[in-house]
Structures are given as structure tokens and as C-alpha cells.
Design a binder for this molecule. Structure first.
Ligand SMILES: *Cc1c(COP(=O)(O)O)cnc(C)c1O
Length: 402
């Protein structure tokens, strides 16, 4: 296989997304090849021996690596400006592998409390079963980070910004500084922002994780995840053996879908963000709506910080109306264009009621602390004409009050 893209790091973002990582086989295909193979053939017993000693640059087994997965990893690394990338079977596989591979019994993790539901489970329930202590903090409160990191020796900090579903923004520079002063590593779940809008490594993060299921696929076809870093010791000593021997590797087929999805990521994101802002502004003016949360709206309490670390507001907004769960359900059930679904970053606009779905595992007190009221609705804005989405929202809002 020939790699025509070695010089790609000099090209601009959109070019890297379309051409980065392409490995052309002897068939000279224009589109990246899909290598549906679990194993590989050696030329000789000697080559097999060398492969297992790490002395031959050949593929061994697709749990370790696969040419299609390699292309995805290279394209993602170019996009993120990271040296290393490992693709995984899902976003949760990426989150779990990035944490479990580096933590030992007796270690401690400090995490922002506004987390994706399964991330909350991993840090508060699963890791503690293996003797890893967890403390949750209000991610927007730098004093809370300072105190939590000062209380006890900590090995790892985990956070998500913007957060799901309240779009809280965490100051990446400041938390990275506190993390490093405490001798810990910062892991950032960057799913909501995507590498197009925010690159946490630039702000001091050590490891960035993604669910490629969301915007990178962008059309709801596959599950996948990725871990990116410049930390060679972490990759070599921790993550690579963890992934090889526990098997959360990406399937070639899903890697291929995401690889093709990346080619349109920048173009899609600019449309997604423009639509989301238009809709957020419309809802802000709507008399039925008490509060709209979108990072770059002037009314967002952290819009200045959001604009300092993100190049645009993203694809997700949340809004709240009085009337609690009954009103919210009537609203959801009255929508005709927008689908009820907990997925996000899709070409189709999707709406969910976090209190009874993605965040139903939390106690009512935890939800109140995190600002997830019963009247809160999360909207992932798709690629439809924004006007059609607005008309659907408006008619459902009227219906919810009838
Ligand atoms: C979806 C999501 C995940 C998990 O990704 P999967 O691909 O569904 O496993 C993790 N974090 C955030 C913020 C997400 O939105």
C-alpha cells in the first residue's frame, strides 16, 4: 500500500479531512478501501516471528490494527493535530479504555459532574468497584476543582465541555493548569464540540475522547469512538496493551463509514451550527420558552468563555418551559418533523427529554443540582432547512398549551 498523504499536515483542515490518511492499494481506488478481514497472511514463518517481536511492519490481527482503521486513525490525528489516535468500537469504549488503561486500584479521579449518562456510571460506579475513588465537582467552579485536587493525590481528571444537556462550559486552560499542578492527566470528552469547533490538546488536555457515532458519522449509521493524544508513554505502555488484550477495537466497516463521514464533517458542521444559532435565537424570542441554553447566545452565562475556546456554538441546544414533564411530553408528542431520539449530531433534527431518558438514572436532587428540570428539552439540530424545523417547533409549542 502506498501512502500519498504523508505531507498532509501542511494542508488546511478541509483538505486533511478529505484526503488525510488515505492508503491506496495496488487497485488504485479513488475511495478508501474497506478491508473486511480479521487476519493477515505472513510471507514466511520468519516474518511471523518478526511480527510478534515487533520487528516487522505488517498487520497481525484486526484486534490490533487493520488498514481501514489505520486510515481513520491517521485522518483523525491530522484533524486533531495529535500525534496518536486509536479508534474504538464505541464512544464509551474510548472513555472506558482511556481511563481504565491508566488507573490502578488506590488511584483517584476527579470529574465534572455534568456528564453523559454512561460516563457518569463509569466514573461513579464501575471504576470504584476496582478500587478507584471518584469525586465529582461542579465543572464551572474553579475553586471546586482546586479544592478537590488539593484534598488528596489525584491521577486523572475527566470532564466534558460543552456538557450534556445543559451546555455548561468548562475553562479548559484553567482546569488543565490545575490538573498538571496536581501531577494528574486531563482527559476531555469533546463529543459536543467536535475537533472542528474545539481542540482540547491546544488548551492543555492530555487525552481527548470522542464518540464518532455522533457528528463524525453524522448520519446515524454506526457506533464508534476514538482516543487522541500526544502522550507517547500513555499510548505505548498503557493504551496499546489494554486495547490489544481487552478488544474494544473499531470494526473495519464502522471505521470506513466514519472515514467517509469525516470528508463532509466541516461542511456539515458549518450548516449545523448556523441552523442551531438561528433556532436558538428564535426560541429565545418565543413567549412560551423560559430559558434557552446555547453556548454562543449572549444570554448564556459563559458565552465569552465559549467563544474563547470554541470557534462556533455546536449542534445542540436545550430549552426549558414551565409546566414540567406533562407539558414537555405534550410538546414532544406534537412534533411532526423532528424525531424523538436520544442520539445527537445527526443530519436529522432529534429531540429528547433528558430527565426521563438520558439522565433518568440520576436522583431528582442530582438533576436539580445540574439544572435538568422536568421542563427541559434537548434539541440536536440537523441539516434540514432551519425554517422547517422552526415551524415544527412552533406548532408543537402551541399544541402543548392547548
Ligand atoms: C454519545 C456520547 C458518548 C458515548 O458514545 P457512544 O458512541 O454512544 O458509546 C460519550 N460522551 C458523550 C458526550 C456522548 O454524547
Amino acid at each position: 500500500m502506498d501512502a500519498p498523504t504523508e505531507s498532509l499536515s501542511k494542508w488546511r483542515l478541509a483538505t486533511r479531512l478529505v484526503r488525510g490518511g488515505t492508503l491506496r492499494s495496488n487497485f488504485a481506488e479513488t475511495s478508501e478501501g474497506l478491508f473486511m478481514t480479521s487476519g493477515y497472511v505472513y510471507e514466511s514463518a520468519e516474518q511471523a516471528e518478526a511480527a510478534f517481536k515487533g520487528e516487522a511492519d505488517v498487520y497481525i490481527y484486526s484486534r490490533y490494527s487493520n488498514p481501514t482503521v489505520t486510515m481513520l486513525q491517521e485522518r483523525l490525528a491530522l484533524l486533531e493535530g495529535a500525534e496518536f489516535c486509536r479508534a474504538t468500537a464505541s464512544g464509551m469504549a474510548a472513555v472506558f479504555a482511556s481511563l481504565a488503561s491508566q488507573l490502578d486500584a488506590g488511584d483517584r479521579i476527579v470529574s465534572s459532574r455534568a456528564l453523559f449518562g454512561s460516563c457518569h456510571y463509569v466514573v461513579t460506579e464501575l471504576l470504584p468497584r476496582f478500587g478507584i475513588e471518584c469525586e465529582l465537582v461542579d465543572g464551572t467552579d474553579l475553586d471546586a476543582w482546586r479544592q478537590a485536587l488539593g484534598r488528596k493525590r489525584t491521577q486523572c481528571v475527566f470532564l466534558e465541555t460543552p456538557s450534556n444537556p445543559t451546555l455548561e462550559i468548562i475553562d479548559l486552560n484553567a482546569v488543565a493548569e490545575l490538573t498538571h499542578a496536581a501531577g494528574a492527566k486531563l482527559v476531555v470528552d469533546n463529543v459536543f464540540a467536535t475537533p472542528i469547533l474545539q481542540q482540547p490538546l491546544e488548551f492543555g488536555a492530555d487525552i481527548v475522547v470522542y464518540s464518532t457515532t455522533k457528528h463524525m458519522d453524522g448520519q446515524g449509521r454506526s457506533l464508534g469512538g476514538a482516543i487522541l493524544t500526544n502522550d507517547e508513554a500513555f499510548i505505548t505502555d498503557k493504551l496499546t496493551p489494554f486495547m490489544r488484550h481487552t478488544g474494544p477495537s473499531a470494526s473495519p466497516f464502522n471505521a470506513w463509514i466514519v472515514l467517509k463521514g469525516l470528508e463532509t464533517l466541516e461542511a456539515r458542521l458549518s450548516r449545523h451550527c448556523a441552523n442551531a444559532l438561528t433556532i436558538a435565537e428564535h426560541l429565545s424570542r418565543h413567549q412560551r420558552i423560559a430559558r434557552v441554553l446555547y453556548p454562543t447566545l449572549a444570554s448564556h452565562p459563559q458565552s465569552t468563555l465559549a467563544m474563547a475556546q470554541m470557534s462556533d456554538g455546536g449542534t445542540v441546544l436545550s430549552f426549558e418551559f414551565d409546566g414540567g414533564r406533562d407539558r414537555a411530553f405534550r410538546f414532544l408528542n406534537a412534533l411532526s418533523l423532528i424525531d424523538i431520539s436520544n442520539n445527537l449530531g445527526d443530519s436529522k433534527s432529534l429531540v429528547t427529554h433528558p430527565a426521563t431518558t438520558t439522565h433518568s438514572r440520576l436522583t431528582p436532587e442530582e438533576r436539580t443540582e445540574m439544572g435538568i428540570g422536568d421542563g427541559l428539552v434537548r434539541l440536536s439540530v440537523g441539516l434540514e432547512d432551519a425554517q422547517d424545523v422552526i415551524e415544527d417547533l412552533d406548532q408543537a409549542l402551541e399544541a402543548a398549551w392547548r
